[in-house]
Structure formats: structure tokens, C-alpha cells
Design a protein around this ligand. Structure first.
Ligand code: PLP
Length: 379
């Protein structure tokens, strides 16, 4: 990665070399998987193998995997078409205030179309409790959408427990889980949560951008979001992105083969947090994160956008929250009810198993220096 010191793996990850090789090969073999001649059938065979790989990574069967263009598409599809499955029972949706914009904005859009949305609020540490969800369930609830790992705090949400609570209340309620940040980052597979619909994305796991998958549990009769030529068993039309899918599967395969990845990621995160606490005056840990790869810290009162820019100018890449915020204050940290000064200086750090102590030391030193050259704008 040249001279970059990269601690923004929750925003995106570098393409794994195995993924690059698989993509180049797939680009050379340009056949359309829907074509009947051998060249097309070969492409279809490759997709079949890649679907099996993604299914293994998700903990499900190949027939439950449908390729999409990204995590955002998976979230839109699951929620927009998931609510239709309960059309006759009601128009109530439950989600959480810490979801990614792909979920929250979709729910807001449905609100404009007459749905009622209950947003569960996190506590000061970013946690949501099953009890909160249980209390929000109603006879007209049709869909629950809850993420597996929060992309800004690294907090793990109690999805498996919530699925049990929801299904005990009414098995017809559709449970969607945005597992974009939990996929291949936790010891358990996303499908083991029992959710009906699960979204994952390629570029968070060493695959390319522009590909994802939606897990549709066997028996869930989800309608397509994209209609057309009838690819993906008629559920997701559009010519399959053969190279993207090949890269996604290769990235999953090589990630799964790295058995110590979670421990190494956790160890480098722990080291970085320890060093930051020692070296950077006033720094507070906003969330140590349950998932191994994400945490958040704050320099209370400092403008995080300026800190991010100053570090960026030195080739040190971190973020002030989700990469999709584009400078707006994080809705996740705001929902946690943190003091204004803590919100202002909030920074997200995210790690890979291959992040090194040398890189961590560079980050710590850059943040220490920046905190001395920039002044807090609020107390
Ligand atoms: N959900 C979560 C939790 C994310 O972190 C992201 C990306 O940052 C997305 C959804 C959207 O995924 P994509 O970038 O593939 O559209």
C-alpha cells in the first residue's frame, strides 16, 4: 500500500491478491453465464462454484445465496420486499438508531410511503438490548432490521437472541440482518443468527467493490427488487458480474484459510488502544468494540474532521465515522447520547489482521502531534 498507513478497513479493504488473479481470469473469459454455448456454460459453472464458496462463508446452502451489486442493494432489497411479505398484517417496522444509512434511509423512504418505523436507541456504550426489541413488537410488526456489528463502534448487536424473541412473538415477522461488518470478522457465521435475510458486501472482506450477496433463508418468499431477464433464479435480474463475483469468492476463500485472523486483529487493536492512551493526552476510548476490527476514540472538543485531514496529509488514514457521512456528525455517536465535546472529536479506527505495530506507532505519533498543533474548538 505504498507509504499509506491505513486504519480504515471498515470503510473498505485492499483487494486480496487472490481476488485480483481470479478477477483477471474471469475478465479474460468474458462469456455470459446465460449463453447456451460452452463459453457461456463455463461462466455459469464458475458462478456456481463461487456461490458455493460464499455460502460456506455465510454458513448456509448455495441455493440461499443471491448475488447483488453491493451491501446497499442487499439492504434495500431485503427491507423493501421484506415488508411486502407482511402486507396483510400491517405496516410496522422495527430497526435501530445505529444502522447504516442503507437501512435507515430505506426505512425513512418507507415511512414516507405510509409505514411506521420504531427506531431502538442505543445506550451510552452503543448497545441495544433484546428487551428493548421485545417491548417494541406489535401485532402489526412486519419486519425487523438489525445489524450484526456496528460500523462505527464495533459493538456486536444481540441478533441471534433478538431473532429468537421475534420468532417467539410471531414467526411471520421477517428478520433482516445487515451483516456487512460482521461477515468473516466473528467466530460464528451470520446464518447461525437464524435471521431470514442477511446482507453482506465484497469490498469489506478483501473482495472488489460493486458486489455483494443477499442470503434468503429457504422458504422465505422474497420478491425481486430488480426485474428483467430472470437471472439468479428470477430473483435478481441483470447479467452476473462474473469478475466481481470471482473476486468476492476468492477473497472469502483466502480469508477463511487464515485461521488466526481474528486473534491477530484483536491483538493489534488492543496494542493501538494501549499506546494511544499512554501517548495522547486527553484521548478517551469511546468504544473499544466487541468485534476485533473496529473501535472508536475521541479527543473531546477537537474537530475530528480537521484531525482526519491533518493525519491524511501525512498518509495516515482514519475516519471520523462511517465513510458515507461525508463530514456530517455521526448519527451513531449522537444516538449514544454522548456529550457534544465527545461527538466533536470522535474518530473511528479499524484494523486488518495484517496491520503492524510499526503502523500503529505511526498512527499514535501522528495523532499525538496533531493534538498538539490543533486547538479544541469547544470545551
Ligand atoms: N452496511 C454497513 C454496516 C456498512 O458498513 C456498509 C458500508 O460501509 C454498507 C451497509 C453498505 O455496503 P456497500 O458499500 O457495499 O454498499
Amino acid at each position: 500500500m505504498n507509504s499509506l498507513t491505513y486504519f480504515d478497513y471498515a470503510a473498505t479493504t485492499p483487494l486480496r491478491p487472490e481476488a485480483m488473479d481470479a478477477m483477471i481470469q474471469a475478465l479474460r473469459h468474458f462469456g455470459n453465464p446465460s449463453s447456451r454455448y460452452a463459453y457461456g456454460r463455463e461462466a455459469a459453472q464458475s458462478i456456481k462454484a463461487h456461490r458455493e464458496t460464499i455460502a460456506r462463508a455465510l454458513g448456509c446452502t448455495a441455493g440461499e445465496i443471491f448475488f447483488t451489486s453491493c451491501g446497499t442493494e442487499g439492504d434495500n432489497w431485503a427491507i423493501r420486499k421484506g415488508v411486502e411479505l407482511g402486507r396483510r398484517r400491517g405496516k410496522h417496522i422495527i430497526t435501530t438508531a445505529v444502522e447504516h444509512a442503507a437501512v435507515l434511509e430505506t426505512c425513512r423512504d418507507l415511512e414516507r410511503q405510509g409505514y411506521e418505523v420504531t427506531c431502538l436507541s442505543p445506550d451510552r456504550s452503543g448497545r441495544i438490548r433484546t428487551e428493548q426489541l421485545r417491548a417494541a413488537l406489535r401485532p402489526d410488526t412486519v419486519l425487523v432490521s438489525m445489524m450484526l456489528v456496528n460500523n462505527e463502534t464495533g459493538v456486536i448487536l444481540p441478533v441471534a437472541d433478538c431473532v429468537r424473541a421475534v420468532k417467539a412473538f410471531d414467526p411471520a415477522i421477517v428478520f433482516h440482518c445487515d451483516a456487512v461488518q460482521g461477515f468473516l470478522k466473528l467466530p460464528d457465521s451470520p446464518a447461525s443468527t437464524g435471521a431470514d435475510l442477511i446482507t453482506v458486501s465484497g469490498h469489506k472482506v478483501g473482495g472488489p467493490k460493486g458486489v455483494g450477496a443477499l442470503y434468503i433463508k429457504k422458504g422465505t418468499r422474497l420478491a425481486p427488487l430488480l426485474t428483467g431477464g430472470g437471472q439468479e433464479e428470477g430473483l435478481r435480474s441483470g447479467t452476473e458480474a462474473t469478475a466481481q463475483i470471482a473476486g468476492f469468492a476468492a477473497a472469502c476463500l483466502s480469508t477463511m484459510a487464515d485461521n488466526s485472523r481474528l486473534e491477530r486483529t484483536q491483538a493489534i487493536k488492543n496494542y493501538t488502544l494501549e499506546r494511544l492512551k499512554e501517548a495522547v493526552p486527553h484521548l478517551e476510548i469511546l468504544s473499544a468494540g466487541d468485534a476485533p476490527h473496529i473501535c472508536a476514540v475521541t479527543l473531546p472538543g477537537y474537530p475530528s474532521e480537521v484531525l482526519v485531514r491533518v493525519l491524511g496529509d501525512q498518509g495516515v488514514c482514519i475516519s471520523s465515522g462511517s465513510a458515507c457521512h461525508k463530514g456530517k456528525p455521526s448519527h451513531v455517536f449522537a444516538a449514544m447520547g454522548l456529550p457534544k465535546a465527545w461527538l466533536s472529536g470522535a474518530l473511528r479506527l479499524s484494523f486488518s489482521p495484517d496491520s503492524t505495530r510499526e503502523e500503529a506507532d505511526r498512527l499514535v505519533e501522528a495523532l499525538r502531534q496533531a493534538s498538539q498543533s490543533i486547538f479544541p474548538t469547544m470545551s
